[in-house]
Write a protein that binds this ligand. Structure first.
Ligand code: HAM
Length: 445
């Protein structure tokens, strides 16, 4: 019997994988423009990191972690998110003491959560995110939101809704928690099991309950905004003013609490409903954290960051026709017969070394069939090698669009392709002409 993939995981193949590469590359390039540097923490961490970092009261730690004992009896967990791991990496490598703050890192890779799979919800999915650690300025939050917004704009997602809220400082949250406990005291017995646990461990999370009957009760709960300290209110206003100044649209949503326990002050989520009307859930979310670095054994310094769900970004981009993920080739080499196949390798090699994308047909199929394959791969040129071409050291070049065909010497293949592609940019010193001052490639610059 065939073996299938694990429930909640998915295979990302060819065109879709190209879409993932595209989203991750655009995001990484823009993060670099904002002076964030790449980091790659391990997928496996000690379970304790997430229990302490993400919080025992969060759904993620209570029921969604892939945790197991390794052969040495250590409790390990496949990361359910990046932030705690990034902070661990920063503390362990003593980066806070030796660098200008904030430390700015970006990351990308798979995360694992044991959730009920549904539209936009997987058990293994990919996140791209950033953390800016060690500076308490509200403008560090704004820089991170501006970065996320720039990425979404660059991907073509124009109508993103940024929901934003403040959870205030520790005193604000303690006061609000007490008010919520008081409000839910005589109602909690009739609410769902999850809410009953949240009532004990983190009553703020009750506001996030998706059970319709519970939502009715939640509607009339005290509002967080009434419990935010003056200091935190001032901080939040600075964030909102700066966003307005930068023309970054937002909606204040004072029911937004986020699912992970480490947040304080500013929190936000990025929502986008695709043109097809599919709502995959938030495409990203993040916020400020005051205590996480200290909680994980570091100094008393805050951080701020966000993560995108790459699957969700790819889904909305695909729904809205914003992905160009088809394979494209510069040339498809079509050898006729066994002997020509060896020559095909040389032809492909010559062009690949010049930076062209080239594939070879290794099947002895009819020429018409080879052309069909070239079309399917969106090849711009078909390069035909038959008996005559081998004998005369030539290649036939057929332009797949104009259907024009020429026969060129093998030695002139690179130059002919450069002419055909009107290649102006410098080849980076791979051609002979680059050796002298009179570089042909550079004339086009
Ligand atoms: P999060 O909101 O838990 O935040 O996840 C970030 C994004 O990951 C979500 O907005 C969503 O797009 C995606 N996501 C979450 N769960 C799933 C799932 N089961 N399947 C597919 N996509 C999913 C964090 O993880 C925080 N670490 C973000 C952060 C960084 N906060 C501060 N710094």
């Amino acid at each position: 019997m065939a073996i299938n993939n694990v429930k909640g995981t998915h295979d990302i193949i060819a065109d879709e994988a190209r879409s993932f590469d595209y989203v991750e590359n655009v995001s990484g390039q823009i993060a670099s423009m904002f002076a964030f540097q790449p980091v790659r923490p391990p997928v496996l961490e000690h379970s304790e990191l997430f229990i302490r970092g993400v919080g025992e009261g969060s759904d993620v730690v209570r029921k969604e972690m892939y945790t197991f004992d390794d052969k040495g009896g250590r409790s390990l967990t496949l990361r359910p998110e990046f932030t705690a791991g990034i902070i661990r990496l920063i503390i362990q490598n003593k980066l806070l003491a030796t660098n200008e703050l904030p430390l700015k890192f970006y990351y990308c890779g798979p995360v694992f959560r044991y959730e009920r799979p549904q539209l936009g919800r997987y058990r293994q999915f990919n996140q791209f995110g950033v953390e800016s650690v060690g500076h308490n300025s509200p403008y560090a939050d704004v820089e991170v939101i501006a970065l996320a917004y720039t990425i979404l704009q660059s991907l073509g997602l124009e109508n993103v809704t940024i929901k934003i809220n403040t959870l205030g400082d520790e005193t604000s949250r303690n006061n609000y928690r007490a008010a919520l406990k008081d409000y839910f005291k005589d109602k909690i017995a009739n609410m769902c099991g999850d809410c009953q646990t949240r009532y004990e461990v983190n009553p703020l999370r009750i506001l996030d309950c998706k059970v319709p009957e519970d939502q009715e009760i939640v509607k009339h709960a005290p509002k967080m905004s009434q419990y935010i300290s003056l200091e935190s209110q001032k901080r939040f206003i600075k964030v909102l003013d700066a966003l307005r100044e930068m023309e970054i649209p937002y909606e204040v949503d004072d029911t937004l609490v986020r699912g992970l326990d480490y947040y304080s002050e500013t929190v936000y989520e990025f929502h986008y409903v695709s043109a097809k009307g599919n709502d995959y859930g938030a495409v990203g979310g993040g916020g400020h954290y005051d205590k996480l670095v200290h909680e994980l054994g570091g100094p008393d310094l805050p951080g701020t960051g966000f993560s995108f769900g790459v699957e969700r970004l790819v889904s909305v981009l695909s729904d809205d026709g914003l992905l160009n993920n088809k394979q494209e080739l510069d040339a498809y080499v079509m050898p006729i017969g066994e002997e020509a196949q060896e020559h095909a390798l040389n032809v492909a090699d010559e062009l690949r070394l010049l930076g062209y994308k080239v594939d070879i047909c290794f099947d002895n199929v009819k020429l018409a069939n080879m052309f069909k394959r070239a079309e399917k791969k969106n090849a711009k040129l078909a390069l035909i090698i038959g008996e005559d071409e081998i004998k005369n050291n030539k290649v036939i070049i057929k332009d797949m669009e104009t259907k024009e065909q020429t026969s060129v010497d093998f030695d002139a293949l690179g130059d002919t392709c450069d002419e055909l592609f009107n290649k102006k940019e410098c080849c980076g010193g791979k051609r002979e002409c680059c050796e002298g001052d009179e570089c042909e490639c550079k004339k086009g610059e």
